[in-house]
Design a protein around this ligand. Structure first.
Ligand SMILES: Cc1cc2nc3c(=O)[nH]c(=O)nc-3n(C[C@H](O)[C@H](O)[C@H](O)COP(=O)(O)OP(=O)(O)OC[C@H]3O[C@@H](n4cnc5c(N)ncnc54)[C@H](O)[C@@H]3O)c2cc1C
Length: 406
């Protein structure tokens, strides 16, 4: 079989299947796993998936750090803070995703039935009548298999070429990502104390945390039509103006040359209501591009891979296309039971953030009453995070013992 894309969904699925002796070809367009900006927050839901795959504790070469907590500031004043692990077993953890992906790809390469092709984009699916029977690469090579799994990300070429239409959910959003480089960002990182901090003020909303890659990563939420100021001095000043005074002072002291970015992440959340066609399955962002809010994308991609492996292992290599297609339908149905509520939870979270961002009077009211309303807000927010942290209580993220041990 062919797996398109070696992001979290594709690399994890490739490993789970190849460990069981399934012949797979993992095709990755990019020659390297390096990206200027990568997500790094793993929620307990994603960590549970890695545990079920037998991959925890992570290899020690993969940098990781538990998050200490969450803090929300509005108009320069603290609204509330919540400490990790918020009553759960595992804290939200920052993980070097590039190292994790390289490690997963290396493990795939070590499996005798696996082949990894890097630096060769897939340009089209191959069909025999209605059925997808393989893929064509950019150099004209054809790779055939009984199943193609498209894990090729939010702009999925295989989704587009298969005529599967994504239903957009909500309005498009823009996140601009910046990195404040290591040494220069140290005073900011010290102030953050390992927390993920959201700052609202003056119509701006941004979040920042000390990255496992070093330095501080800052995501600035914008409306798609909303331009950002022209110069890095102006960005820095806008962040400082919205921030509490101690953070503002430290932001203003960051040298302009230490501000990298912005990298624009245009976000259109969406979902396929059917993730398959005969011989083709879509997983991860290819099937359900997620909102960046509360870091769900990697986590859901890993959980997709786990459920797909559990349902595919009994039917792969049986020469029974109908049974294979029934498994694809079952994967799609099972995963939608988790993806639908998670996307709804993210939309609620975004709605609250936008309400606060656009209403200064509401921020003022909350700030003025933070002494007594803060603990209440913290309690309500914590309760609203259970689904986004743990995933759906009904989702089965287990694997048969044999598949887990490899
Ligand atoms: C800046 C940023 C910060 C984020 N922060 C977080 C976070 O903290 N936590 C979190 O959970 N999520 C986060 N996300 C989202 C998360 O990265 C994605 O949801 C997740 O990576 C999806 O995994 P995937 O395997 O489905 O797709 P991807 O990770 O997008 O992987 C797709 C792979 O397919 C390859 N590919 C694409 N086209 C082709 C082709 N034609 N042929 C072959 N290969 C192809 C790509 O090169 C890529 O390697 C963030 C995203 C960004 C951009």
């Amino acid at each position: 079989m062919v797996i398109a894309g070696a992001g979290p969904a594709g690399a994890a699925l490739a490993l789970l299947l190849a460990r069981q002796g399934v012949a797979i070809t993992l095709v990755e367009a990019s020659p390297s796993s390096a990206r200027q900006f990568r997500g790094e927050a793993l929620m307990p839901s994603g960590l549970a998936a890695l545990a079920a795959m037998g991959l925890l504790p992570l290899d020690e070469a993969i940098r990781q750090r538990p998050l200490q907590g969450w803090g929300f500031w509005a108009n320069g004043q603290l609204l509330f803070q919540v400490a990790e692990p918020m009553g759960g077993e595992r804290p939200c953890t920052l993980v070097d995703q590039e190292a994790l992906l390289i490690w997963l790809q290396e493990q795939v390469r070590l499996q005798p039935t696996a082949r990894v092709v890097k630096g060769r984009p897939i340009v089209a699916p191959l069909r025999d009548g209605e059925r997808v029977v393989g893929v064509e690469l950019d150099d004209g090579t054809q790779v055939r298999g009984e199943l193609v799994v498209a894990c090729d990300g939010r702009a999925s070429l295989l989704r587009q070429k298969s005529g599967l239409a994504l239903s957009p959910l909500g309005e498009p959003l823009d996140v601009r990502w910046f990195r404040l480089s290591s040494a220069a960002a140290e005073p900011v990182a010290d102030w953050l104390q390992g927390r993920f901090v959201t700052v609202l003020g003056g119509g701006d909303s941004f979040a920042l945390y000390a990255s496992v890659y070093g330095g501080v990563q800052l995501g600035w939420l914008k409306d798609p039509a909303g331009a950002i100021p022209a110069t890095s001095a102006d960005w820095r000043e806008r962040w400082a103006q919205a921030s509490p005074s101690e953070l503002a002072k430290r932001l203003r002291a960051v040298p302009l040359e230490a501000i990298q970015g912005p990298v624009r992440l245009p976000v259109q959340v969406g979902r396929l209501e059917t993730w398959w066609q005969p011989g083709l399955l879509l997983l991860g962002d290819a099937a359900h591009p997620m909102s960046p809010l509360r870091a769900q994308g990697i986590n859901m991609a890993l959980r997709d891979a786990l459920v797909a492996a559990r349902k595919l292992l009994p039917v792969l290599g049986q020469g029974n296309p109908d049974a294979l297609d029934r498994a694809l339908a079952a994967i799609s149905e099972e995963r939608l039971l988790e993806i639908r509520p998670i996307q709804a939870g993210q939309a609620q979270e975004l709605g609250r953030a936008q309400l606060l961002r656009h209403n200064n009077w509401l921020r003022q009211l909350l700030v003025a009453s933070a002494g007594w309303s803060g603990p209440l807000l913290a309690q309500r927010w914590q309760a609203s995070q259970v689904l986004l942290r743990q995933g759906s209580a009904t989702a089965d993220v287990s694997l048969p013992d044999a598949a887990m041990m490899g």
